[in-house]
Write a protein that binds this ligand. Structure first.
Ligand code: BJW
Length: 239
């Protein structure tokens, strides 16, 4: 991949930078994507697992799925793509990483200006008190885990049909509409409202760069679409 002089200039002159990531950015760390060939949802129907109805029906089954994923993710390390984004944060005063990922690998790589749209697999939330707590126990001792108040804990994750936290999605939209450089990496751009952020940035005048191993529904609206692994391309965008 060749970063030409013009693109370099676009990147170095940017004042407000936003990066949106999806599961593809963690793929090179060993985290399965959702919809890929070896994706998490190949053997399950997403709607059967990632919904509040599924959790109400069988919280133990849903927790078994999360317990398995937590054990899979716990020993994994960030890859060159995560580190490149953490480095970008240091280069730009006005920077925000908006991630759909729940695995915590961006934080592990050093990202601090970070907005987690879909929650975090290392946090639980009490279904009664709504208290959010960090929980890194793997495997969990009891399934489903219980809150001190006796109620069931759920993963602090946004499931299908649930609204994203209003303050979180509002900040993501505002940042996308106000930035002058928007980089979107490793997302199929199928899940709303995150899938609309690149388009919002573009419409508001930002220069938009996509990084993905495959073409996506937003490939045709962005300014530059790089076809390749985020762990290989994102470091080259740190100029
Ligand atoms: C690489 C790579 C490498 C691989 N390098 N690239 C408007 C229209 C239609 C429907 C809706 C709508 N608005 C809302 C909805 C409903 C729904 C939705 O979007 N459905 C669509 C599927 C049609 N959205 C919601 O329900 C959201 N809530 C909401 O909007 O509330 C209000 C509302 C509700 C209902 C109706 C209307 C309004 C909530 C969405 C929550 C998403 N949660 C999940 C699951 C969490 C479960 C868990 O993790 O435990 O979050 S879904 C799942 O998809 C997960 C991800 O964050 C999300 C995005 O996936 P992502 O990251 O893009 O991964 P993949 O696998 O899809 O793609 C990976 C990409 O990487 C691929 O492109 C590869 O090519 C690439 N790749 N290796 C670079 N090395």
């Amino acid at each position: 991949m060749e970063i030409d002089k013009e693109l370099k200039e676009k990147i170095t002159s940017a004042k407000k930078v936003a990066v949106l990531t999806g599961a593809g950015v963690s793929a090179e760390s060993g985290v399965p994507t959702f919809r890929g060939a070896d994706g998490l949802w190949k053997s399950f129907r997403a709607e059967e697992l990632a919904t509040p109805e599924a959790f109400r029906r069988d919280p133990k089954l849903i927790w078994e799925w999360y317990d398995w994923r937590r054990s899979l993710i716990a020993p994994l390390s960030p890859n060159a793509g995560h580190f490149a984004i953490a480095e970008m944060e240091k280069r730009f005063d006005d920077f925000l990483l908006i991630t759909q990922n729940v695995d915590g690998l961006h934080e592990k790589a050093g990202s601090r200006k970070l907005l987690e749209l879909h929650g975090n697999i290392w946090k639980t939330r009490c279904v009664d008190e709504h208290t959010v707590r960090e929980n890194r126990q793997t495997p969990l001792k009891e399934l489903p885990p219980l809150c001190g108040c006796g109620a069931i804990l759920r993963p602090h994750i946004v499931w299908f049909g649930e609204s994203l936290e209003p303050a979180v999605i509002q900040k993501a939209i505002k940042t996308s509409q106000e930035c002058d450089l928007f980089i979107v990496a490793g997302t199929s751009a199928l899940v709303q409202p995150a899938a609309s952020l690149a388009g919002m940035a573009k419409e508001a005048g930002a220069f938009v760069i996509e990084v993905n191993i495959e073409k996506t529904p937003i490939s045709s609206i962005v300014d530059v679409s790089y076809r390749g692994k985020s762990g290989e391309i994102l470091p080259q965008l740190v100029v």
